[in-house]
Design a protein around this ligand. Sequence first.
Ligand SMILES: Cc1cc2nc3c(=O)[nH]c(=O)nc-3n(C[C@H](O)[C@H](O)[C@H](O)COP(=O)(O)OP(=O)(O)OC[C@H]3O[C@@H](n4cnc5c(N)ncnc54)[C@H](O)[C@@H]3O)c2cc1C
Length: 301
Amino acid sequence: MKELYEKFKSLTKADLLLNENLSKHTTFKIGGPADLLAIPHSEEDLKIIVSELTKTKTPYFVMGNGSNLLVSDKGFRGVIIKICGAMDKIKIDESKVFAQAGAYISTLLNQCAEKGVSGFEFFAGIPATVGGMVAMNAGSWGTSISLFLKKVKVLTKNAKTMELEKYECDFGYRTSKILQHGSIVLEAYFELEKKDPQVIKSRLKEILKLKSSSQPLTYPSAGCVFKNVGAESAGKIIESLGLKGESVGGAKVSEEHANFIINTGNATANDVRNLIDRIKGIVFEKKGIQLVEEIRFLGFE
Ligand SMILES: Cc1cc2nc3c(=O)[nH]c(=O)nc-3n(C[C@H](O)[C@H](O)[C@H](O)COP(=O)(O)OP(=O)(O)OC[C@H]3O[C@@H](n4cnc5c(N)ncnc54)[C@H](O)[C@@H]3O)c2cc1C
């Protein structure tokens, strides 16, 4: 790993951290060390890193803000490429919005509100990057980010850049072809609509208020753990079985929202994993429903 570190150091401007604890990079505040964590500052940096990792057959994983990840206590043997807080340019021209993958969705929302561009308001409170949201097709309350997407520029596994039209991305419920093919979102183009900035800002406030009264936002978590089951809310299913407050070690089913597992302070990845398995087991036994995780696992066998 030291060799790769030296190589990336000489060829790129990326921030490079050896043996970096991933608990510092996930909203769960859980996760052991990655051999190397690289934060590229440009598309060129990223291309060099991906080409080299492919050439040397080094395992790698791309993350955004780590808000949908459960990383194992052992961490990740390989390189984490974190696209967040750099590669984060945003341009807004009338109702057309361009954003690089590393931009925070909260920054994008605020800039859109300032310029009177409406559409993303439901995404208020999601602690994600544009790249993570597009790859996952994240969304809230019936809308998802792909609704506003026109096209997206990606870096493929063999380090080639490509522009994909929306229809080429096969967006589904919390999934896309980008995610399935292991491509990397570089930038995204959206088309929204113009509205009075004051109307957008008060809508944002309202949505944030609603979310903070129904979600456990003061505890570390990764948002909703399970996908909804058709039109049925996974949270409601879990709640109906009296599982709010159920815990394993430091991991607990939130009392505010049963589809959130919170880290009450010292939860390990194993605690969360065991709690997930317990919930799945009970839901299957009592309701015959097989819950499927929305969160993504990293570094588990
Ligand atoms: C408090 C809280 C509230 C939340 N609310 C919602 C909600 O309302 N709706 C919702 O859908 N989700 C919600 N989430 C979950 C999470 O924010 C989303 O899934 C989001 O899309 C993850 O973005 P991220 O940048 O953190 O990606 P990460 O968690 O870092 O990664 C998630 C996945 O995306 C991939 N990925 C990340 N960046 C890229 C990239 N540039 N190119 C290709 N792949 C990439 C990763 O490989 C991984 O598979 C919430 C989470 C929290 C903690």
